[in-house]
Design a protein around this ligand. Sequence first.
Ligand code: DNO
Length: 373
Amino acid sequence: MKMGFRWYGEGNDTVTLDHVRQVPGVETIVWSLHGKQAGEVWEQAEIDAEVAKITGLSDEARARGITRTFDAEVVESVNVHESIKLGRTVLGLGRDEAIENYVTTIRRLGRAGVKVVCYNFMPVFDWLRTDLWHPLPDGSTALFFERAVVDAMSPQSLIADMEANTHGLTLPGWEPERLASFTELDAAYEGVTREDMYAHYRYFLDAVIPACEEADVKLGVHPDDPPYDVFGWPRVVSTKDDLACVLSLHDSPYHGLTLCLGSFSANPDQDPVDAVRTFMDRIHFTHVRNIKHLGNGDFTEVAHRACEGSVDTTGIMRAYAEAGYQGYVRPDHGRHLWDENTTNKPRPGYGLYDRALGIQYLLGAWDAFRYDA
Ligand code: DNO
């Protein structure tokens, strides 16, 4: 297993690589070119420059005796253009052209040494929450989801809410360019069924996975977050059955999962440890985090330790350790601690402290269970 840390890039993250260097156990920086829109080709020079930044050390750092570096083997995400999910031209881009661009980007990432690319197949929106700074009893704040609020809300007001509460930092999946086209997308999804989505998904995989095999880059789909349909658009990567169905669409080890266990477990009927054991061979990357169920599909995010919430994070690490998991892992959203939401003002869920604490918990469990294994 390799431990990763998600980083948004210089000038686009309140956390620096030098901060992450001091978190024991992190080997991989999980990165992306966050300025790129879905459907756009990533240029080789831009990729190489970002990889060099992550894997290198400044002269000044060397002079201070710093030697610790990272690899840049995981990208989260190369976003899938809506034309691919819809199986037709939308927002001025045809499906085949969008796929061609995706393949070009994958090949270039492979050349730069990237091993895993994360993406999702959620219509229109990526992940969503109804409160980004929800107070917890210990005085910290965390991401929070209340199903009735989403059900009563229009997508437009949700967009406005998300935009207004992010310290001016763009949230992944909530890029203004993507949301500007909301009305066209909403209309385009009218009448689209789950079967349509799976057919379009298969078409995408059949076109992209052979290139992934050649480039030696594995794709890992991130489950829907939360794992329910929202605003009537079909989400097809929500349940354990969905994951099995998605994997059966194309039979190659290069088509696998970014198993986000916080997302998966937001449905209280789902067992994350069972999912890890079931899909082990196809898990290329995993996000481990904890949430606490509050009834009615509502949940709050909490610290990574199992007993803090409803997700058996220790059982998850045990399942990985017993199988000798070789893929990548990262802690996921953290709480906002020690006044960081008023001082450092991080991107919601992506401050430094709680993710650093979470890593130590996950690694402690891993080390203990590996010792037993
Ligand atoms: C949110 C993230 C998601 C995730 C994408 C993967 O914090 O978990 O934005 O990166 O769904 O494509």
